[in-house]
Design a protein around this ligand. Structure first.
Ligand code: ZN
Length: 405
């Protein structure tokens, strides 16, 4: 991981501007033996030019052979050891929708679900109800009161919402109520250590009141809770790296992980294309940010759909829009993914992730001539831990002092 004490000591408040462009789940595998990956098959003249001019490599998100979730994979790109900072889903969701969570508050990720007359879960996502219905149900649930605890609820998207409990003596060491399968009733929340007994009781009381409030609704007539967590109080970007950092992302979770590390989250629209997002990066530079993290979700979503061609097209859209970023003349532009999502897997995988580090004043060009998994395997950066990326970015932006005399 990035050594934060060393970073605090060596980082300069002035220096070049950095863009970190993350195509979620960028890495992939050939769809057939001997074939190309989606990235290799994509027409990407702009990315290929960056690969020719810059330095390339493959990152290891967590450890060799470990398939990451997007939360820990992004923490790693930001320099945080994801095995040390194990962030609960609840806190990512809460920060993602911009809820205030203090150290000691307890946040959980909620799903609206459908249960039958015997209380058995028949759909864990309640048919992915529209966000508008979610908002109406949340409004109803705001009538629920439990003595001694403040209950904060917020709509996330479709069937997803966030619960935050605020009060004295709460503890997040509580088990999920989501059974993860249909055909079973929701689970009772259990305390995972004695100090969390009261919190588990509050959660169970809350859930039983929700059941009453939603009993005449359909299909969303119950909720499932998981990922209980509190603010992990991570070191922040301005403290460790002396960067004024911003996030351009459309999906709430990525805004959440960015807020956790102290980035400002810029306004986006749910329908933003890569080109729209890149124009927001331009605005961020105008507004004086010197580090912008820009997140493109489509590569991962299409990979999870198992749609190789659609994933390829997302990569081509990013390539077409890339001149918007290049016109900003960033001192450092990094293009990579947080992990691999091969269309043939329809899920995340452990395979290392291609990366370009382009910094015209400081990079050492290698002999790689295009952006792709196998090309980057021959790159000058070799295989390296994603947590080493931030020190490399800072060095290439001339933001690190010498270590020792
Ligand atoms: Zn991801």
């Amino acid at each position: 991981m990035a050594n934060f004490d060393l970073m605090r000591r060596l980082t300069r408040p002035e220096g070049g501007r950095i863009i970190l462009l993350v195509m979620d789940g960028l890495g992939g595998l050939p769809i057939e033996p001997g074939g190309q990956t989606a990235l290799e098959a994509a027409e990407t003249p702009n990315l290929d030019k960056l690969a020719v001019e810059g330095t390339t490599g493959l990152t290891i998100p967590i450890a060799r052979g470990i398939t990451p979730g997007s939360g820990p994979a992004h923490l790693a790109l930001f320099g945080y050891d994801p095995l040390r900072y194990d962030i609960g889903r609840g806190i990512l969701s809460a920060f993602g929708v911009g809820l205030h969570v203090d150290v000691g508050d307890v946040a959980a990720r909620g799903n609206f679900c459908t249960v039958d007359e015997n209380g058995i879960v028949t759909d864990r996502r309640a048919g992915r109800i529209p966000t508008e219905l979610n908002a109406r149900l949340i409004e109803k649930m705001r009538s629920i009161e439990i003595p001694g605890v403040e209950i904060v609820l917020a709509t996330e998207k479709e069937h997803r919402f966030v619960l935050v409990l605020r009060g004295d003596g709460l503890d997040y060491s509580v088990s999920d109520t989501d059974p993860q399968v249909t055909g079973k009733p929701p689970l009772e929340a259990r305390a995972l250590k004695p100090e969390a007994e009261r919190t588990a009781e509050i959660v169970n009381e809350f859930v039983s009141k929700v059941r009453q409030v939603l009993k005449d609704e359909h299909p969303a007539n119950m909720v499932l809770l998981r990922g209980f967590a509190t603010d992990p109080n991570l070191p922040k970007f301005d403290d460790i790296y002396k960067l004024k950092a911003a996030c351009v992302a459309v999906y709430p979770m990525y805004k959440g992980v960015s807020r956790l590390v102290g980035m400002d989250v810029l306004e986006t629209d749910a329908h933003d294309t890569p080109a729209d997002e890149f124009r927001r990066v331009a605005k961020a530079f105008e507004d004086g940010y010197d580090f912008v993290f820009c997140h493109v979700k489509g590569t991962d979503s299409r990979g999870e759909d198992g749609d190789f061609e659609a994933k390829r097209r997302v990569i081509e859209d990013v390539d077409k829009a890339l001149p918007i970023l290049l016109e900003l003349k960033p001192d450092v532009l990094i293009v990579t993914g947080d992990h691999s999502t091969p269309a043939s897997y329809k899920s995340h995988s452990w395979h290392p992730v291609p990366l370009i580090l382009w910094a015209p004043a400081t990079h050492l060009p290698d002999r790689v001539e295009r952006f792709g998994e196998r090309a980057c395997a021959n790159g000058g950066l070799g295989h390296f831990q994603a947590t080493d990326l931030m020190p490399l970015a800072l060095a290439h932006a001339d933001r690190l002092d010498k270590y020792g005399a």
